[in-house]
Design a protein around this ligand. Structure first.
Ligand SMILES: [Zn+2]
Length: 414
């Protein structure tokens, strides 16, 4: 554990490194790592620059190349950079992503999105906050320790990954599938989301079920409904029955989440007939369900099909129930997991405030670790600038977050 004097020296050193951090941001902004899916070349040039810097600091750098014929060089590179600790395990992984999203319409920007502009304590440019703020902060947390000759409690590995913005199939998803990197007793921090105070620690997510319901009846003239069978009426009944019955059954509460319940919402409605005087033969609507992780989506689908079968029999229609997206939530990281307690402690040391754990509505990259039984926590003190025009990073956040990571590296599992 660092003592008070170490903490002071670390913070002073990080303060001295601020100009170098800003310089790294400048270089990174000018190397846009945009996915081929979004019309870019991939991460090769940016990774070459980063690997060069990290090697020049004396870190053990390894590059991993996921084959992708569409990208520059024919691959999507990710990096690990290891710092030896007093003990090798558990490894503390700090994962940030190299890729950025496109700028969007240039006329919404007040300056070139790929040329950093430093003004009023902020760095403007695409990628400055998402995710370069945390990438630079975690790299310079390590640099500060190296400069001071401080050795982390356990091995620390910076993991800089490709393809986060488009599903991670060529990034951390591919890495975990093809290389034996993280173990269940390791600690993973993903600094890629959070709040302005830096108090939010995200540890869990809900399952996602998007379901399409199609009701098929028989078409007729609006004045002679008895010659047809109104699919819209049957569909409307089905919608209300689903809404009531599912909410009655899936009613558990978990205060880790906001809202603390499963949400089951009828959302999209497809057009049935273009004119008012036709009895519709087909009716289509969708539900977007975000379920607490304790519920199995297979059970939810069975219940939906059972209710649909009832309506089909009652209204003499055919009803199809089809999944559009089904993502069973990864098991949550316990709010009491050592990595969560360690990070909360580091946040308290640097920023004060009372950190709290939260689950979100689904879809974070941390789930890739949690599914493998590796505890992972998502954090960041940021301004929520991701993907916006005129994206910026607050320099004080970049520097402060570097101090949080350096504090974290001084804590071992209790
Ligand atoms: Zn991001």
């Amino acid at each position: 554990m660092w003592n008070e004097a170490d903490f002071r020296r670390i913070r002073e050193q990080i303060g001295r490194l601020e100009p170098e951090m800003i310089e790294m941001q400048r270089r990174l902004v000018a190397l846009p790592a945009i996915s081929p899916v979004s019309g870019g070349e991939g991460e090769k040039a940016k990774v070459e620059y980063l690997a060069g810097v990290l090697r020049s600091w004396g870190l053990e750098v390894t590059e991993y190349r996921a084959p992708d014929g569409r990208a520059s060089g024919g691959y999507r590179p990710s990096l690990t950079a290891r710092v030896k600790g007093q003990k090798p395990r558990p490894v503390l992984w700090l994962m940030t992503h190299i890729d950025v999203v496109p700028s969007g319409p240039k006329d919404l920007w007040q300056s070139d999105p790929f040329q950093a502009r430093v003004e009023d304590g902020r760095i403007y440019g695409r990628g400055t906050e998402d995710n370069q703020q945390e990438m630079v902060a975690s790299c310079f947390a390590v640099k500060a320790l190296l400069d001071l000759g401080l050795v982390p409690q356990t091995d620390v590995v910076l993991m800089l990954v490709a393809d986060e913005e488009n599903g991670s199939d060529y990034g951390v998803g591919w890495l975990l599938e093809n290389h034996d990197l993280c173990r269940p007793d390791d600690f993973v921090v993903v600094p890629d989301a959070g709040n302005e105070a830096g108090t939010l620690l995200e540890v869990a997510e809900k399952s996602i079920a998007w379901v399409k319901f199609t009701t098929i009846g028989r078409q007729a003239h609006g004045s002679t409904p008895h010659h047809g069978n109104n699919a819209h009426r049957a569909g409307a009944n089905l919608l209300l029955r689903l809404d009531q019955r599912l909410h009655e059954k899936y009613n558990a509460e978990d205060k880790l989440f906001s809202p603390p319940v499963s949400t089951m919402e009828p959302t999209k409605k497809e057009e049935n007939v273009p004119n008012i005087n036709t009895i519709p033969a087909e009716d289509v609507f969708y539900f977007d369900c975000r379920m607490l992780p304790q519920y199995q989506l297979t059970g939810l689908m069975e219940d939906m099909k059972r209710i649909a079968a009832e309506v089909a029999a009652e209204f003499k229609v055919e009803v199809k129930v089809e999944p559009v997206q089904m993502a069973q939530a990864a098991p949550p990281t316990s709010p009491d997991a050592p990595v969560v307690r360690m990070l909360a402690g580091a946040v308290r040391d640097v920023y004060g405030g009372e950190p709290f754990t939260r689950g979100i509505g689904g879809g974070t990259v941390a789930a890739l670790f949690r599914r493998r039984g590796i505890p992972a926590v998502v954090w960041g003190r940021n301004e929520g600038q991701a993907h916006k025009p005129n994206e910026f990073s607050v320099i004080a956040n970049m520097v402060g977050n570097a101090a949080v990571y350096a504090h974290l590296m001084g804590q071992g599992p209790a």
